[in-house]
Design a protein around this ligand. Sequence first.
Ligand SMILES: [Zn+2]
Length: 420
Amino acid sequence: MDNIKNYLNDLKTLISFKSEKGKKEPAAPFGKECRYAINFIKSLAEKFGFTTIDYDGYCLEVDFGEGEEIGIMGHLDVVPAGDGWESEPYTLTEKDGVYFGRGILDDKSPMLSCLYCLKELKESGIKVNKKFRMFFGTNEESGWEDVEYLKTKTTLPKYGFSPDGNFPVSYAEKGMCIVNFYLPKLKNFSKVKGGTVVNAVCGYATAQGIIDEGLLLKHGLTVSKDGKIESVGKSAHGSRPELGINAIKKLFAYFIDCGENLEKEYEYLFGDGFSFSKMINEQGDVTFSPDIICEDETGIKITCDLRFPAPITLEEVLKKLEASGLKYTYSLKHGTQFVEKDGFLVDTLINAYNAVTGESAKPIAQSGSTFARVFEKGVAFGPEFPDKPSTIHEPNERASIEEIEKTYDIYKKAIFDLAK
Ligand SMILES: [Zn+2]
């Protein structure tokens, strides 16, 4: 990067906007700090000689080139800074070659890098055979309303990438479904309760009922001061249930030993009753995690996180649920995302990554959901490098100058190669 000084200056300005979701104002649907961030990118892009379209503060589009369209989708909003920072989160702070600031990785510096790369492409004078359409969203972290709005105002490119995921390049994302199972009330237990959010393995659950010291010990359960049976597990992301210990599972094993007729439910929810283990392919496996349990007058409800890799469909997964005979409802959060691994898009991006890093990495599939799915054939491409602990959404979010420059070089090669 030859204009690193200007780049860091612009990054400093971008980080200074506290673009957490704020109060809706005219032309600022997600608060005025998100609006300021859009205004700043708009003036910068226009200074670089690009045309821009302001989608009423929901999203900003920056265009360059002529030809087949390539989308680049990212965001300027951030999750709240939270506690535990060693520097002021909204001041770009350098320490020993490492830059700190909320949103530096997610997603401000990668988006700024792509904009700078487009500027370099423009100044290179190379003949460009593509039309690049960059989209700066402002509501990625809290509901994707920016994308919903954008879709009502324009037709998005078919192909594109989002610098809001991981390197090397992720060509597939799982579909996600939330499933509720309904069980009748238990004979000997009541007030069953556990879990906080649907996408995290239940780490703590409680119930009231039979206290059997020996069986409590057997299942690793305890009794609280106010007489509640307590089950402590270990939380993990709902897409990786194998990394956690489900507190509801321990509780159910205890219930069964105390005479509850729950063997079938136990096998479906915590064994492999649905035979999901057989539904596996190159893009990954079907994961199933019962993460929240609650009880009311009508009975017990268990809410589960269910994910499936393409080309497995929702219908195939539902067939398994249906066959169980258990009472359930479901809601689809999103379908699967899949881009051909040997197509021009994935090929160009993985080659750019390998050329800059010297690696011989292969495209990956992932279980999370990114802005890549905004495009029919969209992939996630950076900025996080594999095998490095993530600081995204954490205090002291950071990137070293080497990482920033390496990321920049990867985007530059990718964008120049795509332009051909
Ligand atoms: Zn992000």
